[in-house]
Design a protein around this ligand. Structure first.
Ligand code: NAD
Length: 486
């Protein structure tokens, strides 16, 4: 392995770490089901035993993070993913048999699932445990060694991840690297066998550029503006409540949070009133309420306030939802949910991913207009459509592109172990979760096994009548029939 001369010398320790893992992988390239299952079972136990400490660390990093949210969105997905993997891994690891054209029989063709080697994982701060552990589980299930770089914005969580993983794994199996963008940049220029990045589209571009130097394949789990479209026939209170739950969970700091709402123009005010009522019912107070999480840092709160101020300057109607009329300045950096009505394209809030408890509401004339609005913008990570008419649901599914979809609710598709998760276009590339995660971190090696007796020798010179007849069998039959049409 050769590092580029441009690799920063202060990060040579990362290079040594990679070399150590690569050399261990070369000595022991393929682990058995029992070895992988043993690792995952031990990880499961460690997470379950330490769940309160993990939730406390995340809360310390955020200012305040609802412990229920941390259990639901960090611990549950991790243990569920490990359980799902353990139940299915033996089958996933089995070589899968593929069909052969008759002239190649009795040879066999199979796909073998091989570890890629050493993979790098870079994770963000918004679900700092889940988004580090889920790719780790997928990578380990496929038999890889892992270098993991958590976000610098959640240092207490990074420390506990490092502590727990080093308790369980040798540095040649799993290593944790801490640091900010400079470490991230050096990390992403290492010649990994695969680089898995979760974070912003902006940094995703830099990561892919760095990986391209090494021809390292990437999975990019990025963000974007995920729309919620409400059909005029849908009960407005139900739509408002379900969108409010998705938008206030982790104070809107979810990659698949509904970013903005498209609703028939005549129902914008009705929706706003229902949304205010839903938030008030669920959060009678905010600042002193354990169920309501903080915005990660003051800088992010200022960014979100800037979006609100900018929308006001451009003529938006702004509704701040502060049921107990609290003040929000005692260092927890909590922020009240805020509606932006009459949002337009000139407003900054419609030009960037919001990633906080701010919800623009946009009125549409017809469903076709709403679909066109979404289609005119970069493909989002998620799309939510509220409608109980199956025909119209199918129409929306057929005419919109997004990484994933939940119909009649928000965000639930991400917690299904048996559904692939990932973006499309600017919201990312590549998939993971469940079987898809195993495949992402596996090399699918094609293995053709020739038999002692074979007729394929006829397809070599000097070509005779047998070769002509064989070629006719291989390709000539398509002249006569299209079997899939019969
Ligand atoms: P970010 O892109 O700022 O940072 C993500 C990680 O990249 C951090 O570990 C950071 O240290 C590292 N990093 C920063 N600069 C780097 C560089 N030049 N090279 C390599 N690594 C670098 O993202 P964030 O603010 O932590 O997270 C928020 C974003 O992540 C949002 O856009 C959100 O939508 C997205 N996100 C996506 C998913 C998903 O699954 N698709 C999940 C969560 C968050």
């Amino acid at each position: 392995m050769f590092m580029s001369a441009a690799f920063p010398s202060e990060f040579r320790n990362l290079e040594a770490m990679l070399l150590g893992q690569r050399s261990a992988h070369r000595h022991q390239p393929a682990s058995t089901f029992e070895q992988r299952a043993g690792q995952l079972e031990a990880l499961l136990k460690l997470i379950v035993d330490n769940q309160d400490r993990i939730a406390a660390a995340i809360s310390a990093d955020f200012g305040h993070r609802s412990p229920h949210e941390s259990k639901l969105a960090e611990i549950f997905p991790a243990v569920s993913a490990i359980g799902h993997t353990l139940r299915n891994l033996r089958e996933w690891m089995q070589p899968s048999r593929r069909r052969l054209a008759v002239v190649f029989l009795p040879a066999t063709a199979k796909v073998h699932y091989r570890p890629l080697g050493v993979v790098g994982i870079i994770s963000p701060w918004n679900y700092p445990f889940q988004l580090a552990i889920l790719p780790l589980v997928a990578a380990l299930s496929a038999g890889n060694r892992v270098m993991l770089k958590p976000s610098e914005l959640t240092p207490a969580t990074a420390r506990i991840i490092e502590e727990l993983l080093s308790e369980l794994f040798s540095p040649e199996q799993v290593s944790v690297v801490t640091g900010g963008p400079d470490v991230g940049a050096a990390f992403s220029s290492l010649p990994f066998d695969h680089l898995f990045f979760t974070g912003s589209t902006r940094v995703g571009r830099a990561v892919m550029r760095a990986a391209a130097e090494n021809l390292t394949p990437v999975t990019l789990e990025l963000g974007g503006k995920s729309p919620a479209i409400v059909h005029e026939s849908f009960p407005i209170d139900q739509a408002a409540d379900r969108i409010a739950v998705g938008k206030t969970f982790n104070a809107g700091q979810t990659c698949i949070a509904p970013d903005y709402v498209l609703i028939p123009r005549t129902r914008v005010d009705e929706f706003a009133a229902a949304f205010v009522a839903a938030v008030t019912r669920r959060f009678p107070s905010l600042q002193g309420n354990d169920d309501y999480s903080s915005v990660i840092a003051d800088g992010h709160r200022r960014r979100l306030q800037g979006l609100i101020d900018n929308a006001k300057e451009h003529g938006a109607r702004v509704i701040e939802i502060n049921p107990a009329a609290e003040s929000f300045d005692d260092g927890l950096h909590k922020m009240p949910p805020t509606l932006i009505l009459d949002a337009t394209d000139e407003m900054a809030v419609m030009q960037e991913e919001i990633f906080g408890p701010v919800l623009p509401v946009i009125g549409y004339e017809s469903l076709d207009d709403a679909i066109a609005y979404v289609g005119d913008r970069p493909k989002p990570l998620a799309l939510y459509y509220f409608d109980y008419d199956d025909g119209r649901v199918q129409n929306v599914l057929d005419r919109t592109e997004s990484g994933g979809v939940t119909i009649n609710d928000t965000m639930l598709h991400v917690v299904q172990d048996d559904l692939p998760f990932g973006g499309v276009g600017e919201s990312g590339m590549g998939l993971y979760h469940g079987h898809q995660g195993f495949l992402t971190f596996s090399h699918q090696k094609a293995v053709m096994h020739q038999s002692r007796l074979s007729v394929t020798g006829i397809f070599s010179p000097p070509y005779g009548k047998a070769a002509a007849a064989g070629i006719e069998i291989l390709s000539g039959r398509w002249k006569r029939r299209l079997p899939w049409r019969q």
